[in-house]
Design a protein around this ligand. Structure first.
Ligand SMILES: Cc1ncc(COP(=O)(O)O)c(C=O)c1O
Length: 374
């Protein structure tokens, strides 16, 4: 936030002003995009600000990281994708012989990262339905270094009682002598709907590609943590591996953040209208909407046909943009969990309701489902 905005400002005010201070050179209200790879040093080893080389730091990225920290209530590090951020965080805290507890409904790419990349380096994992707190804590053992939470989950939109889970995990970790962190993937909820660091989570991750960017024009990721030591460890991996976002991507993301509260309010209106409609349609089963945001899922025997019959909902992976998207997770975003305990139903349709008029979205789904009534 600009240094003039009160620290206790409400979320709408924070979203508009987070991370923004006028440019010190000309006073432009939006700071410039520092499209540069390096920074001239007044004398060897002497830097202007914190900046020596743009993998290590860039003012455009620093402003975005400040903004994300102010929205989630922690210290942020940004990445070239959500998965790059997840990779950095797990690399910072876990290693050979370690163990991760994952949700049994989760983004397929997170599963793939742990199952096919980290496991090659000796990291073990268990999948569990985290709505069942007893079952979740039973998975924690002395080697557990990460309890990874998604809420709502992708794609089944299960909602986990995160504060209760954190309390139980801490107690169990103490009992078995595990030194672990609790991570919450806050991509679906956004800091407008939940701020897990305020509940005691150690870290929040985002695919900023989604609601935070909000315009389907950039891929990015963020890790926001409470403790300085963890922040330093994540930054160390960011700099050592180098999966950084470019300055223009940082600018676009930062611009997206400024309307986050407005967009999320409309996404919620549309998610509510669409899920209420779907509950009235013959042949549609298991309609899910977490009570906020634009993510809705349902099952229908004509799932594949429906996704190609919509006109306003575009058939595409991803979510969280201003335009509505439709997909079949089993055939698209979640192919990597096929055959595992995290597999998703073949007839599941996932909707990302954008910010269009809800009547138009409902009419679009009505005709697409009618055309596939079978
Ligand atoms: C919940 C969730 N977390 C993480 C990711 C990974 O983000 P990215 O695609 O930016 O790497 C995604 C991507 O769809 C996601 O849906």
């Amino acid at each position: 936030m600009s240094s003039k905005i009160p620290a206790d400002a409400k979320m709408a005010t924070r979203a508009v002003h987070a991370g923004l201070d006028p440019d010190p050179t000309y006073g432009s209200i939006i700071p410039p995009i520092h499209q540069t790879s390096t920074f001239v040093q007044p004398s060897p080893g002497e830097y202007v600000g914190d900046f020596d080389y743009a993998r290590s730091g860039n003012p455009t990225r620093a402003a975005l990281e400040k903004a994300l920290g102010q929205l989630e209530g922690g210290l942020a590090t940004t990445f070239s994708s959500g998965l790059a951020g997840e990779h950095a965080l797990i690399t910072a805290v876990a290693g050979t012989g370690g163990h991760v507890v994952l949700p049994n409904d989760l983004y397929g790419g997170t599963y793939r990262l742990v199952d096919s990349v980290f496991s090659r380096w000796g990291l073990q994992y268990d999948l569990v339905d985290q709505r069942d707190l007893d079952a979740t804590v039973a998975k924690i053992r002395p080697e557990t270094s990460v309890v990874w939470v998604e809420s709502p989950t992708n794609p089944l939109l299960n909602v986990v009682d995160v504060p209760a889970l954190i309390e139980r995990v801490r107690a169990r970790a103490k009992e078995v002598g595990a030194s672990l962190i609790v991570v919450v993937d806050n991509t679906f909820a956004t800091p407008i709907n939940q701020r897990p660091l305020e509940w005691g989570a150690d870290a929040v991750v985002h695919s900023t590609t989604k609601y935070l960017g909000g315009h389907s024009d950039v891929v990015g990721g963020a890790v926001v943590v409470r403790e300085k030591a963890l922040h330093a460890a994540v930054r160390h991996v960011q700099n050592s591996v180098g999966a950084i976002p470019g300055p223009f991507d940082c600018f676009l993301l930062h611009r997206g953040l400024r309307t986050l509260h407005l967009r999320v309010a409309q996404h919620t209106k549309n998610g509510e209208a669409v899920s209420a409609f779907l509950r009235t349609v013959d042949g549609v089963t298991d309609v899910r909407w977490p009570g906020f945001g634009g993510m809705v899922s349902f099952q229908h025997p004509g799932a594949l046909g429906i996704t190609t019959a919509t006109n306003i909902f575009s058939l595409a992976e991803s979510l969280g943009g201003v335009e509505s998207l439709i997909e079949v997770p089993a055939a698209m975003t979640h192919q990597s969990v096929a055959g595992s305990d995290a597999a998703v139903p073949a007839d599941l349709v996932r909707l990302s309701c954008g910010v269009e008029d809800p009547d138009d979205l409902v009419a679009d789904l009505r005709q697409a489902i009618a055309a596939n009534a079978g």
